[in-house]
Design a protein around this ligand. Structure first.
Ligand SMILES: Nc1ncnc2c1ncn2[C@@H]1O[C@H](COP(=O)(O)OP(=O)(O)OP(=O)(O)O)[C@@H](O)[C@H]1O
Ligand SMILES: [Mg+2]
Length: 372
């Protein structure tokens, strides 16, 4: 059983703060995905875990041992490099056994081990092939197999699917998930692709600008985003975010903007600026004006995605996306009213960007994710 603990890891490059004191507790067998836009510090954090980079401050703990000062080879953690790191002139079998050969294991041992790993990875029929005769996904498995020789405590991967075409990516995603289930070892996986993160991760660490925005299961980060960044980075199209005002009218807290009227709760509240968030798939057309959440506007464009349609509406001068099965039945130029279930309406503090929740009859308080 391996536990990896990142304790206040900070990385500065000159004046750039690439990582701002990141702490993550990674239990054994986790498939942790580091997700975020380009430059947010994902690779830097992975390199620190691997030992390829020494952090400015903070510690990397593996099984209660402080490994921060240990070189990569002494950490029992394997960085799986992309397919181009395979030896092109060697067969799959030779590529898999290379590490053992270097360490002067006997031919029999190498063969036993290679066969076992090839079976585990479904490469047993491909042992005689050269890397160029393999698909991208198969090459990825050989690279992983080569890392397995060390029986590492964790596998680290940095955007391993970025070179593959869309179809192969989907297939390889499924393979990697299955492999993780079979190996029962910790995977730490870097990507900027939200679909990869949502489909493979046991938990996602959403990063932005060197900071950890939220750490949670795919369902948590999608359904209970902690910040506007998480809400808009995950989801396509992203969550609609509309500037609005929260206030109480006759002891009822409402959120109002041009074309927007949402009843939140009973209670008294001073006028507070908020950002109202609602996902495109939760907005539905309605003819009934009695809903607790109402958005009125005009349809400005409709996109046909095949199985679904996305309509863009002008709600009081702000663009709002609506997504649903085709046909949505919305026509460009028509006026309409939309509603969404109250529990699917999110509010955020426009300054801190953190999500606000209504504390019964009291006030708005900042939402704190359970897993953070
Ligand atoms: N060796 C370095 N020297 C100076 N700055 C660096 C160095 N390595 C990374 N950085 C900077 O640190 C920040 C984080 O870089 P990092 O490579 O970790 O981002 P990333 O999230 O992996 O991005 P991408 O998705 O583009 O790979 C960036 O601003 C980058 O320019
Ligand atoms: Mg990177």
């Amino acid at each position: 059983m391996t536990r990896i603990y990142l304790d206040q890891v900070r990385q500065e490059f000159g004046n750039t703060v690439a990582l701002e004191n990141i702490s993550i507790d990674i239990p054994h067998g986790e498939f942790l995905v580091l997700l975020g836009p380009s430059g947010c510090g994902k690779s830097t954090l992975l390199r620190i875990i691997a030992g390829l980079l020494s952090p400015t401050s903070g510690r990397v703990i593996v099984d209660s041992e402080d490994v921060t000062a240990l070189p990569p080879g002494k950490r029992d953690i394997a960085m799986v490099f992309q397919s181009y790191a395979l030896y092109p002139h060697l067969s799959v079998a030779k590529n898999l056994g290379f590490g053992l050969q270097v360490r002067r294991f006997s031919k029999e041992d190498i063969s036993t081990w290679t066969t076992a790993v090839a079976e585990q990875l479904g490469l047993d029929k491909l042992l005689h092939r050269r890397p160029k005769e393999l698909s991208g996904g198969q090459r990825q498995r050989v690279a992983l197999g080569r890392a397995m020789v060390r029986n590492p405590k964790a596998f680290l991967m940095d955007e391993p699917l970025s070179n593959l075409d869309a179809q192969l990516r989907t297939a390889t995603r499924l393979e990697l998930s299955e492999l993780h289930r079979n190996l029962k070892t910790t995977f730490i996986y870097v990507t900027h692709d939200q679909v990869e993160a949502m489909t493979m991760a046991t938990r996602i660490a959403v990063m932005n600008n060197g900071r950890l925005e939220q750490l949670g299961t795919p369902t948590e980060v999608y359904d209970e985003p902690a910040t506007t960044f998480v809400a808009s980075f995950i989801g396509a199209p992203p969550m609609n975010l509309l500037p609005a005002t929260a206030l109480s009218i006759a002891d009822t807290v409402r959120v109002l903007a041009n074309g927007v009227d949402v009843t939140i709760a009973e209670g008294a509240l001073e006028e507070t600026p908020v950002l109202l968030g609602v996902r495109p798939e939760h907005l539905k057309r309605t003819e009934d004006g009695n809903h607790r959440a109402l958005f009125s506007g005009t349809v400005i464009a409709v996109e046909n995605l095949g199985s679904e349609e996305i309509a863009f509406c002008d709600i009081g001068g702000q663009q709002v996306a609506v997504r649903g099965p085709r046909p949505l039945g919305m026509v460009v130029g028509e006026t309409l009213t939309l509603t969404a279930p109250r529990e699917r309406i999110y509010l955020f503090d426009p300054v801190s960007t953190r999500r606000l929740v209504w504390a019964r009859d009291a006030d708005f308080v900042e939402y704190t994710p359970i897993t953070q």
